[in-house]
Design a protein around this ligand. Sequence first.
Ligand code: SF4
Length: 367
Amino acid sequence: MKYLDEFRDPTAARTLVDHIKKRATRTWTIMEVCGGQTHSIIRNGIDQLLDGAVEFIHGPGCPVCVTPLEMIDRALEIAAREDVIFCSFGDMLRVPGSHHDLFGVRARGGDVRIVYSPLDATRVAADNPDKEVVFFGVGFETTAPANAMAVVHAQRLGLTNFSMLVSHVLVPPAMTAILSSPTNRVEGFLAAGHVCTVMGTGEYGPLVEEFGVPIVVTGFEPLDLLEGVRQVVDLLEAGTPELRNAYPRAVTAAGNTVAQQTLADVFVVTDRQWRGIGMIPKSGWTLSPRYAHFDAELKFGVGHLRVSESAECRSGEVLQGLLKPNECPAFGKTCTPRTPLGATMVSSEGACAAYYQFRRLEAAAHA
Ligand code: SF4
């Protein structure tokens, strides 16, 4: 398949693996901040191929995983209301709140619907003027433009029964928090290609300057990842931290300026709680005053809800690269995809789910 097969070529992959292994004079610790990249690394065994040259640690790059427990509880409270149709992407429905999940609300008679686009939710609102329709707007800079467009569309349609529960988070502040932590182990970053497709690369240069770590914008196929790692390792070995773009077929320095203008119109930067990590200043978006009437948190008065995370789930450490999923005592025992204790085991992009799905049960037995 064009644009896929050529990035999965085993001969080219072997050449890159050999180069990285020859070039590395020690094991370098590299973090990817994207759940899609985590799954691709584990599914393709890239971490095993590069064993001894690179240790991958998996950052907080899965949007479902970093959505805080209290935000899930806010969603559950809104979704349980009789006058509400609650719309969400499917991956949020199994994320456990304090007591149950959105599937549980649906089982109790709540009108919880899976949609494939936030615009579907505006359609549901237009078709159901006697109901309040709420869309769960979760994710990084990648999903935010479509959510912003849904808000603009709802405004144009004059919908007064549509609102959005916004839980958007931003990648660069999370990288800053990790690099600033006294427990930081990251020596180089693979930046998420799809985030940079929207936002460009301008936010990463200052991080390279401030922390002296190389950052390479990287795609998702095996050769994309290996090329990103090759560039990070070359920069680490040369002692020249730089910002590089190893995903030029999708990413430009400026990014998608039209999307950025819409984002700047609809959202403003806010402090955000990250599940298992805590508050990161200026690390998310909320609706701007101009669109505050679409804010479900304000409309339903659920912003006050605060809960503490489960002590058993150690996803906070997993999301900061301090613990491998199969080093968590609950992994594969009390916590499995069928009985998840944390979002990182539920989400299709979660690191715990990746380790469970792609042969890391055995490693758990030895962890
Ligand atoms: S294995 Fe389960 S309990 Fe452990 S960190 Fe992952 S999601 Fe949490």
